[in-house]
Write a protein that binds this ligand. Structure first.
Ligand SMILES: C[S@@+](CC[C@H](N)C(=O)[O-])C[C@H]1O[C@@H](n2cnc3c(N)ncnc32)[C@H](O)[C@@H]1O
Length: 218
């Protein structure tokens, strides 16, 4: 396998250590960590190196991203890093069963339906007690928004009106009653790590309305 397809995401290189540290308290000791929207694959590679007792399953719907993930795996991947899957949060195909799901920097740069799909398919893939972990920028009620996140939101919406920084409360409402929001971890550069825990009841999260729109689960 050629390693030429490797992509370098500067933000991923910057935040991967902080991400691994933030995830550590919530990840299971072993089992499958399914990453949705792996992008370059640098987070998946780093997490596989940091958590050798977990099996890391990267994925992305973009063929170029999957080529990058596969190239990083060929270049430096430990045995617990699996080949990338073609998974799209908005499509009907289910996610594989997993002990944890991680999604970094996707739900603001995709339509709200992708957030709903991520939550609904994670609910079906995870056993009770398992974590759904989200990382990215969020608006929070009662918390002043950083100017950088306001500018980022405006830029996203200018690029695509269906995109935009999501409200933490809207995501938590969409996740209920299948998930409980267990923890909100402040991260560098005004990002958050959210840990949602799969509940015993509530097989499918309910529909919810965001500021923008509302969609049925795919
Ligand atoms: C900003 S990049 C983030 C990549 C990586 N997680 C990171 O933080 O470096 C957004 C990624 O989301 C993926 N994506 C967009 N829509 C998606 C969807 N509906 N389901 C799954 N992934 C999606 C894109 O292909 C892209 O790789």
């Amino acid at each position: 396998m050629s390693t030429d397809a490797r992509r370098h995401a500067p933000a991923a290189a910057r935040n991967r250590e902080a991400l691994a540290a933030a995830l550590r308290p919530f990840l299971p000791a072993r089992g499958l960590l399914l990453e949705i929207a792996s992008g370059s694959g640098e987070h998946a590679l780093h997490l596989a190196q940091r958590f050798p007792d977990l099996t890391v399953q990267p994925s992305d719907p973009d063929p170029g991203a999957r080529a990058s993930i596969a190239a990083w795996r060929a270049h430096a991947g430990p045995p617990n890093l699996l080949p990338p899957l073609d998974l799209d949060a908005t499509e009907a195909a289910p996610f594989p069963r997993a002990e944890a799901v991680l999604c970094v920097n996707m739900i603001h740069i995709a339509p709200w339906a992708a957030c709903l799909g991520l939550i609904g398919k994670s609910a079906a893939a995870l056993p009770p007690g398992a974590p759904l972990l989200l990382y990215g920028p969020f608006f929070r009620a009662g918390v002043e928004t950083a100017p950088s996140n306001l500018a980022f939101d405006a830029d996203l919406r200018a690029r695509n009106p269906a995109w935009g920084v999501r409200a933490l409360e809207a995501v938590a409402e969409a996740a209920a009653p299948a998930f409980a929001l267990e923890a909100v971890v402040e991260m560098p550069a005004n990002n958050l790590t959210l840990c949602f825990r799969r509940l015993r009841s509530g097989p499918r999260p309910r529909r919810t309305a965001d500021r923008e729109d509302s969609h049925a689960f795919p």
